[in-house]
Design a protein around this ligand. Structure first.
Ligand code: ADP
Length: 721
């Protein structure tokens, strides 16, 4: 876990430019420390600090000062540019400049073979110092290194050219130092020829290498450092090959030298071996890198294929969208569009791209489009609008809802304006018809409301009319009741009057009758024939009148005592009447049949007795000549009533008289034919009505009649069935 964490941290540090700058600062501190140590050696005359080995060349005092100065300069430059104060920056430049000047002056001394006094400015060196041409003078390579390093540190790293120059100069600084370093590694003690210029102290070599590396690290985003940090294939190759490119030749060189020294092989053959080794090593490195690149390439191809597929899909998607989609640059020039747009505009994408709205629509419309583009750009957000346009595809007018959106790339740079337009004609039409339908239904609703109000008014009127009718009805009923009461009163008065009249008529009639009989008895013989005839008429008429008055009185009296409604068992009543009529039955040779059992009606026993009496009387009277009367009495329950029937086989009644015969004094025969007063059935009728009953007659003239009296049935009768 710790290792993992370290690895992660290292990777992060490797990525972070700040850590490279930190490295540059520490390289500066290292060089300055080396320089300071050597100066101390000069100051305190400690040889071990001047040259690390008694046989080796010393680090010259001015070179030591140069390292101190350039180390500080590098340390200053290693700070982030934005955190540096102007003083720091100027100090850095001045220090770097003085280092370059030191190198330049020393080189000039070598070139011109003069002593400018820069060598022993700080300390004097005794004559004959190891590998030193002039006392205290640094090696020409060192001078060159200071010159290149000083310039590299001075250059303005903010400019691209400065960056490149810095990289080159810093790398150039490393080479002479590296050569000197190799002389130590390979144990070359007394190089001659150009090698004699490369006698640097070992710590000088280290200090230059540190400074060169540190200077490179000042700009981690550029040059070799950027390459080493890079995550792409170039970075991988650089990280792999660079250490090999440095270490491998060093190792091969060392092996060659060792071979030479141990006389393992002849020097010329050694070169052959070196060549072969290089061939093999480089071939292996190339194969290794090539494989890596191939792999990376394959991966890239795969990625490209995926990208192409995505692109194709995106293209298909864009072109399948039914909406019109297009992209314009900020100046309004078309960059791209989809198939729907092509169809609507009536042009191919290739012909649209590079043109503006002014190439397709009239200037006025194009102005409107452009204004909307600019509005979206100004608002920095989507803007929608609706407009009627003509489709080039079918010449149809379409309502387009257009949304324009400013489009930015991932870095936030404005790419252009994305336009999306949707044909909303159908929706618009639907909305229109919906609105129309709504208006229509609103109208209908209002009409319905009117009708409802009218209906309500009509109802109101009807209700008023009904109330009026009810009022009238109530009045009418009241009047009917009043009139009925009046009629009943009048009827009662009439009955009372007829009763009193009949009653009062009896006394004078009796007097007339009495006197007429007296006259007939005592003075009959003194009257002539005509007189006697008149007298007989008087007697007969008065007798008849007596009978009439008696019957009338009888009629009037019927029910005067009030009606007592009770169950009336008919059998004892009929038996009693049979006895009463027995003489007349015998005299007429009649046969009376009673169909027992007789049902029991509810009524007044006196009235029912009167009814049966009168009906029996008529049945005996209106018999056919020479035919013995056949009379039957029955009483049956019918529909909750008791139907009392008296049937005879007499002369019968013509249909036209069936109603009339129940009225007072209504007779169908003369007194000579059949005696009577025409009151019997009237009494029957009155009695029946008084008991809430009904009477009807069925009759066939010459065959017989049946009188049916319907009366309420008694309670036990009702429950019996
Ligand atoms: P009256 O018998 O005194 O004439 P009613 O009122 O009893 O008076 O009868 C009225 C008339 O009805 C009679 O004149 C007769 O013509 C007719 N009538 C009544 N009962 C019968 C009957 N059973 N058969 C035929 N006619 C009848």
């Amino acid at each position: 876990l710790l290792a993992r964490e370290i690895a992660v941290n290292l990777l992060a540090a490797w990525d972070s430019p700040a850590s490279w700058r930190a490295f540059a600062r520490s390289a500066g501190i290292t060089a300055a420390a080396i320089g300071l140590a050597a100066l101390t050696g000069w100051l305190l005359d400690i040889d071990a600090l001047k040259s690390l080995h008694p046989d080796w060349v010393t680090m010259k005092a001015n070179a030591a000062a140069g390292f101190l100065v350039s180390g500080v300069a590098l340390w200053l430059k290693g700070h982030e540019a934005d955190r540096m104060t102007p003083l720091q920056r100027h100090a850095g430049q001045a220090l770097a400049g003085s280092v370059a000047l030191l190198g330049l002056l020393t080189l000039f001394e070598y070139a011109a073979s003069i002593d400018l006094g820069v060598d022993q400015l700080l300390f004097r060196e005794s004559l004959g110092a190891i590998k030193t041409l002039a006392p205290g003078r640094m090696a020409p390579t060192s001078a060159l290194c200071f010159l290149t390093l000083g310039i590299a540190l001075m250059l303005d790293a903010a400019k691209p050219r400065g960056k490149l120059a810095t990289s080159i100069l810093a790398t150039a600084t490393a080479f002479p130092a590296l050569v000197s370093g190799l002389t130590y590694l390979y144990g070359i003690e007394n190089a001659y020829g150009i090698g004699s210029n490369a006698h640097m102290a070992l710590h000088t070599v280290l200090a230059f290498l540190a400074l060169a590396a540190g200077t490179l690290c000042l700009q981690p985003e550029h040059g070799i450092i950027a390459l080493l940090r890079s995550r792409d294939a170039g970075g991988v190759i650089a990280r792999r090959l660079l250490p090999a490119a440095i270490l491998l030749p060093i190792l091969i060189g060392w092996l060659k030298l060792s071979g030479d020294r141990t006389r393992l092989f002849e020097p010329g053959f050694g070169v052959a071996l070196v060549t072969l080794t290089f061939i093999i090593a480089l071939s292996l490195l190339i194969a290794w890198s090539a494989r890596l690149l191939s792999q990376a390439d394959a991966e890239r191809n795969r990625a490209n294929a995926v990208i192409r597929e995505n692109e194709a899909r995106l293209h298909l998607l864009l072109h399948s969208i039914p909406d019109l989609v297009w992209l314009k640059d900020p100046q309004g020039v078309f960059l791209s569009c989809n198939a729907a747009f092509e169809r609507f505009a009536g042009a191919r994408e290739a012909d649209i791209v590079g043109k503006t709205d002014y190439d397709f629509v009239d200037a006025e419309t194009a102005d409107i489009f452009r204004a909307k583009d600019l509005a979206a750009l100004a608002a920095n957000s989507s803007r929608s609008s609706e407009e009627w346009l003509t489709s080039a595809e079918d010449g149809r007018r379409a309502l387009l809802e257009t949304t324009k959106t400013p489009l930015f790339d991932s870095a936030g740079k404005l790419l252009g304006i994305l336009g999306i337009a949707r044909d909303i004609t159908t929706r618009h039409m639907a909305e229109e018809s919906l609105r129309a339908a709504q208006a229509q239904s609103q109208r209908l609703l209002e009409e319905a409301n009117h009708s409802r109000l009218a209906l309500l008014n009509a109802l109101e009127d009807q209700r008023a009319a009904e109330a009026e009718v009810q009022k009238l009805n109530a009045g009418l009923e009241k009047r009917v009741r009043e009139r009925t009461a009046e009629l009943e009163a009048a009827n009662g008065e009439l009955e009372a009057f007829s009763y009193s009249v009949s009653h009062d008529l009896r006394a004078p009639l009796r007097a007339i009758n009495g006197f007429a009989q007296l006259l007939a008895r005592r003075h009959r013989d003194s009257l002539n024939e005509e007189g006697r005839h008149h007298l007989d008429n008087v007697v007969t008429a008065s007798e008849r009148m007596g009978v009439l008055i008696r019957d009338l009185l009888h009629y009037s009296r019927t029910g005067r005592g009030g009606v007592r409604s009770v169950p009336v068992p008919l059998e004892p009543l009929v038996r009693h009447l049979g006895t009463t009529f027995s003489e007349r039955i015998a005299a007429t040779g009649a046969r009376l049949e009673v169909a027992e059992p007789l049902a029991t009606p509810l009524g007044d026993v006196t009235l029912i007795g009167q009814i049966i009496t009168n009906l029996l009387d008529n049945a005996l009277i209106y018999r056919r000549a020479g035919v013995a009367p056949q009379i039957s009495i029955s009483a049956q329950r019918e529909n909750g009533k008791v139907a009392l029937r008296v049937t005879d086989n007499g002369i019968g009644i013509a249909p036209e008289y069936h109603e009339k015969i129940f009225q007072v004094f209504q007779r169908l025969h003369s007194d000579e034919e059949y005696p009577g007063t025409g009151i019997g059935l009237a009494i029957v009728y009155k009695a029946v009505r008084m008991m809430d009953g009904e009477i009807t007659v069925e009759s066939t003239p010459g065959e017989g009649s049946t009188f049916s009296v319907r009366l309420p049935a008694a309670m036990e009768e009702r429950s019996a069935t």
